[in-house]
Design a protein around this ligand. Structure first.
Ligand code: PRP
Length: 285
């Protein structure tokens, strides 16, 4: 059985569980369940603290896990585990921040104190950039560290920036890391790839594509077909079906979700009618 680690708390947990459900796996209904077996798919899910998932996968107790790229980097287990797929949700950046106006450049932190809950990630950044600063480890709420005098700046996860703004702080310097939810797996030779892993990855890939694309259907006069299909080229090639009225055809094509309304407007202008857009529930390319 493929053993998969899933975050048990926070936004990462909810979105990971939702994605696994969309990929056709059973998921726990009760947040107190620690393990769930999905016998039909030959997988077993283990619900763990997001921060610990890289450790379990790195040590080989579990085959793969869903976690944040930042949490994975912070665990410093990349000699034994690796990112195998980016999952497109829970996007954030890991950044330096300080009270508004205090710093403009990371270089100014030389000899200063930086508070964080991501010591490993910050230490790697300091080593990589040759910046000599002291790391102050905290367990959370690092936004208070500067005003309470234990640090000069912080390094933390920034998503909307609301938490920083509310604390009178701002980011400075380039982002240390661009993060999102990722699937990680143990580093091992291909011949030792666990059974079920390829199916899991293909299914997740399917969910990612289904989330990015919609299906568009419309009717158009044959003499306008070239122009209409140029606006809806699809992934491979649009399906064109005859209609009873021989001067018309029906067209079906995939369209990127963010382009749906622009494409509908364009098709209408060209002369297409009965333009329908529907969600794609699942897909295998
Ligand atoms: C992170 C981070 C900030 C907040 C930033 O905490 O530590 O507090 O999110 O988000 P914002 O830019 O949208 O305001 P998270 O909610 O991940 O929980 P944590 O404190 O357990 O890390």
């Amino acid at each position: 059985m493929l053993r998969i680690a899933v975050p048990n708390k926070g936004a990462l947990s909810e979105l990971a569980i939702q994605m696994l459900r969309e990929a056709g796996y059973r998921q726990r209904r009760d947040a107190r369940e620690l393990v769930l077996v999905d016998p039909e798919n030959h997988v077993e899910f283990f619900y763990l603290r997001p921060r610990d998932i890289a450790v379990y996968v790195g040590q080989g107790s579990l085959d793969v896990g869903l976690t944040g790229r930042d949490l994975f980097a912070d665990a410093r287990v990349d000699d034994s585990a690796e990112e195998i797929m980016a999952l497109g949700f829970a996007k954030s950046t890991f950044r330096l921040a300080a009270p508004v106006g205090a710093f403009t450049d990371a270089e100014q932190l030389r000899g200063r104190r930086i508070a964080t809950t991501y010591d490993g990630l910050l230490a790697d950044y300091l080593a990589r950039t040759g910046l000599d600063a002291k790391i102050v480890h905290l367990d959370g709420a690092v936004e208070s560290a500067v005003s309470l005098g234990v640090a000069d700046a912080i390094a933390d996860v920034v998503e909307t920036g609301n938490t920083l703004r509310a604390a009178g702080m701002e980011t400075f310097g380039a982002p240390i890391m661009e993060s999102e939810a990722v699937m990680i797996g143990r580093r091992r030779p291909d011949r030792d790839r666990p059974a079920g892993l390829d199916v899991l990855l293909r299914r997740l890939q399917g969910v990612l594509v289904a989330r990015r694309w919609a299906m568009i259907d419309y009717d158009v006069r044959r003499d306008l077909l070239e122009r209409a299909t140029a606006a809806t080229p699809g992934l491979e090639s649009p399906t064109v079906s005859p209609l009873r009225d021989e001067s018309m055809v029906a067209v079906r094509s995939m369209v990127p979700i963010e382009d749906v309304h622009r494409v509908m407007d364009e098709l209408y202008e060209i002369g297409a009618r009965a333009i329908l857009v529907s969600e794609i529930h699942a897909i295998r390319l």
